[in-house]
Design a protein around this ligand. Structure first.
Ligand code: PHE
Length: 330
């Protein structure tokens, strides 16, 4: 028995300990064999023999359990050591992207009109004079062309100055009724706090049989749209001029910075101009060969909306790609 306890004591790993367990305590092990001898022990000695054997068994058990827990904690320690991480090692930062505020605003605008069943149309950035000007009731040498400083190419094509040419393209290619929006980039020779040479618009056009759509529909839809975008603001329709609409109206909302009280952003008027719109001029319908129709159109400046929604004071920061600005929109 002495040698058995020494054997356990000298054991150095759990695998070895397991085979020792089987050897000593197993069904066919040393102890089982000792207990088997009980049968042949004379009755008078049986009791002592059994007690002696049981004592030895529990003594060995105790040594065994102690050894087992020592070896187990050693094994655990070793495992922890082998799996240890060097937390001082240099790692790669995981950065999370964000949707650019202009794109985000554009998506929000598109969502509104798509929910009202408007189709989403698009056109090229490089346009011809007819689509960008002529068909929109801006004949050559018309003074209103000055409203939009244009980038021209040598071949007389141009970078579209607004998304309105998509109106022309859509009307030339489809029949009424038309309910469309056209989101996209536009270009003008302009650069200051509120103007960049490239910016985005969402054009809108609704055309149906004469008399079906009216200025009243335009007012209703744009008022609802502006409430969707800006919440509880006042909406005001102000007479204006666009060559392609008659009557034309610019739409203002009560200033989101001062709630209409008057501040620097709204030039102390309490109002902010947010879009242009009107009833489509009959000359536009003539240019695309439409007869007996009526319609309305509107043009939304996406950056302007993004600036007002996020209270961004300088439009140019939207295009500088400064990560510190963009990170605020995660
Ligand atoms: N195209 C005009 C602009 O760029 C906006 C507009 C669109 C106005 C449609 C009226 C109707 O300023």
């Amino acid at each position: 028995m002495e040698e058995l306890s020494i054997k356990i004591e000298n054991c150095t790993n759990l695998d070895e300990l397991e085979s020792i367990r089987v050897e000593i305590f197993g069904k066919k092990g040393i102890l089982a064999a000792e207990f088997g001898k009980l049968k042949s022990v004379p009755p008078a000695e049986k009791k002592d023999f059994a007690k002696n054997l049981n004592d030895k068994k529990s003594a060995l058990m105790e040594i065994f359990e102690a050894k087992k827990s020592t070896l187990e904690s050693q094994a655990l320690e070793q495992q922890l050591k082998s799996e240890a991480l060097d937390v001082s090692l240099y790692g790669y930062e995981q950065t999370k992207g964000a949707i650019h505020p202009v794109k985000d605003t554009m998506d929000k605008i598109i969502d509104y009109f798509v929910s009202l069943n408007f189709a989403v149309e698009s056109g090229p950035l490089v346009e011809n004079d007819f689509n960008n000007f002529e068909a929109l009731n801006l004949p050559k040498n018309h003074p209103a062309r000055e409203m939009q400083d244009t980038f021209f190419f040598a071949d007389k094509n141009l970078l579209r100055t607004h998304t309105s040419p998509v109106q022309v393209r859509t009307m030339l290619n489809s029949d009424i009724p038309i309910r469309m929006i056209a989101p996209g980039a536009v270009f003008r020779r302009d650069y200051d706090l509120t103007h960049t040479p490239m910016f985005h618009q969402v054009e809108g056009l609704v055309v149906d049989k004469s008399g079906v759509v009216s200025f009243a529909n335009l007012k209703a839809i744009l008022t609802d749209f502006l409430h969707y975008m800006f919440g509880d603001v006042e909406v005001r329709f102000r007479p204006s001029f666009f060559p392609f609409t008659e009557p034309s109206t610019e739409v203002d909302i009560s200033c989101v910075f001062c709630d209409g009280d008057g501040c620097r952003v709204c030039s102390h008027t309490g109002w902010l101009e947010v879009l242009g719109s009107g009833v489509v001029d009959s000359n536009v319908f003539k240019a695309v060969g439409y007869e007996n129709v009526s319609g309305y159109a509107f043009g939304i400046g996406v950056e302007r909306f993004a600036m007002l929604l996020h209270k961004i004071p300088d439009l140019r920061t939207l295009f500088e790609g400064d990560i510190r600005l963009l990170e605020q929109f995660k």
